[in-house]
Design a protein around this ligand. Sequence first.
Ligand SMILES: [Zn+2]
Length: 353
Amino acid sequence: MKKTITFLLALIFSGQFSYCLAAMAPPKKPKNIILMVGDGMGLVHLYAAYVANGGKLDIYAYAQSIGLSITKSADHLITDSAAGATAFATGKKTNNGMVSVAPDSTKLPTIAEQACAAGKSTGIVVSCELPHATPAAFYAHQPSRRMYPQIVRDMSQSCANVMIGGGFPYFDTTLLGKNGFQVSVGMDEMRGNNSNKQVCFYNADSVPQRFTQGRGDALREGSMHAIDILSKNKNGFFLMIEGSQIDWGGHDNDSAYVIEEAVDFDRTAGAVLQWALNDKNTLVIITADHECGGLTLTDFDSLSNRPYMNFSTGDHTAEPVPVYAFGPGAAVFSGVYENTEIYVKMKTLFKLK
Ligand SMILES: [Zn+2]
């Protein structure tokens, strides 16, 4: 007994006791969770953006906890975006190409649907077409990512409060209206849309433009618009934001494309993180579904801040991807784990059934 007391006193006076208590304390539960996915964004994609941006990134500045996510799918060491997003959305590994269904095509409930059922608001904001694999996995359930008509029907009948992105020609605005969505096309219309259930298309085209070729500030502005709408719910919200075209730059082996999209994603993350810092009840998780391009940074032009980059493939790789977390519950995202654990951790923090 005397020995125990002496040991405890030694701990208290060494400052280790409070550290031990903090380590044992359960994580604080966030009211809101924002999951940000840089599609195809490996460690080097973001570091190249850091170098090109003059040694500054908001994601690096804000991150409180960093982990590594193992991205393999149920049937392949190298995942595609459909199986990758299904892992985040449902906590289950599926085959490449499948959208929130198990390998036997059984429908899997998603974190967005479970958050809706718990009375939270939910939404997605992306820089690709809304029925593309990553956004689709949060509200659609189909055996193939190519089944756009079926995916669009699922999304049009979903519980989502806000969906912002491209893909206007795929949607039937009458069906959206029948399911309670107020539709806006173009950024001006989006700014005036205060409905609690809305779909906003950046324009009437199918695929959103590249950042430097006309899309401009749409991802950041769309994300902040979604937060404005979703944060009106006293029960909290879940939002998924995707920087979709980092992956497309990787597939094209186009280093300028990768950098501009990664910088845009970081600017978007900066605005989101600043909002979360003020809110104090929001967990922000920033990660990727997989790496794309097998990217390495081999040299640097100090006059132009231009990194020299080599791609080893035009496709995805098996490289684990970083997970950066900020806000209440961020500590549980440190470590090395399967991509499905991101769902498990979000579900536990949200206390969802
Ligand atoms: Zn890809």
